[in-house]
Design a protein. Structure first.
Length: 325
């Protein structure tokens, strides 16, 4: 299949491109590179450097590469930033997303997989979170992702678009050639590993008095390759109709202290820790259920051991001490 991946030069997108190519798909990456890295794009893929808001460039990329389906990964995704600058998130996540949908209509492309977020649930009343649970985002990041999901449903009804929306929390780990290189870095595992490597003085734990076994927050961590495989399975399922799927770690999740302890074991290094105050709006536990996608599409994550996830990220960091630079 000829697939266009928006945001395909980013962390998850670049691994998805690797997996699509491994399966024999022809891949075009559409990325502005304002956060992504050209060096992260597999050489077998075609890279188009352009913004989603550039309708002419987008339509040309769809037509020139005879695109049959799109996997939409491009987005801004920092919760705190979204609260401070909601305009940026509505512009880049929703307005640009709608521009993508209109370009797909114009070019007759009727298949789309959307990289959404479990942040659409806000602070859920129960764990693990299921797809039938209420959606109540608590920040503009989750709100804009949910608004785009709503648009997908209406575009399906009016124009025949078939879509799958995948909701998840924390991608983690790396492949041999693709890993995390963000500026600024906000994800826990790379922050912990940077402290192990001496690239930062310590790791801050935001709150150690939560009602969890060790007092720190519990979250999902899913290996980035497992996430990529879920997107590809969803792409292949669109003939069966549109659907929403959660992607979770398949267990009870991992606490902040567990992540730090495992990183110490993997790296064999001390990791200094400072306990700070809670961050506003941080729930004690956020874990998503993957029962539906496992049941309907047969998704079976194969890299869910936390030690293996951390070890893959550490190996990439050791091989790329300055990231993609």
């Amino acid at each position: 299949m000829r697939v266009l991946v928006t945001g395909g030069a980013g962390y998850i997108g670049s691994v998805l491109v690797e997996e699509l190519l491994r399966d024999g798909h022809r891949v075009t990456v559409y990325d502005s590179l304002y956060k992504g890295h050209a060096a992260a794009v597999a050489p077998e893929a075609t890279l188009v450097r352009a913004d989603l808001a550039d309708g002419a460039a987008l339509r040309q990329a769809l037509g020139d590469n005879e695109i049959e389906a799109v996997i939409h990964m491009a987005a801004d995704s920092l919760v705190g930033e979204s609260v401070v600058d909601p305009a940026k998130y509505y512009r880049n996540n929703l307005v640009a997303g709608l521009a993508l949908l209109d370009a797909l209509r114009d070019r007759g492309v009727e298949r789309l997989v959307f990289s959404s977020t479990a942040a659409v649930y806000g602070e859920p009343a129960k764990q693990p979170i299921e797809e039938t649970d209420p959606t109540a985002p608590t920040n503009p990041y989750g709100e804009t992702k949910l608004a785009f999901e709503h648009a997908l449903a209406w575009y399906e009804r009016a124009y025949g678009l078939r879509y799958a929306s995948l909701r998840y929390f924390n991608a983690a780990g790396a492949t041999e050639r693709c890993g995390e290189d963000h500026d600024p870095e906000t994800h826990l595992i790379p922050l912990v590993l940077q402290a192990a490597a001496g690239q930062r003085p310590e790791v801050t734990i935001y709150g150690a008095d939560y009602p969890t076994p060790d007092g720190t927050c519990i979250r999902d961590y899913i290996h980035v390759v497992d996430l990529a495989r879920a997107h590809i399975l969803a792409l292949g399922s669109l003939e069966r109709g549109s659907q929403v799927y959660n992607l979770g770690c398949g267990g009870a999740g991992y606490s902040v202290r567990q992540v730090i302890d495992v990183a110490r074991q993997v790296t064999g290094r001390d990791i200094p820790v400072r306990v700070g105050p809670r961050r506003p709006g941080d729930p004690a536990v956020l874990v998503a259920s993957s029962a539906r996608i496992q049941r309907e599409l047969g998704w079976q994550p194969t890299r869910q051991d936390l030690g293996a996830i951390v070890a893959s990220a550490w190996a990439w960091m050791q091989a790329h001490p300055t990231g993609y630079r």
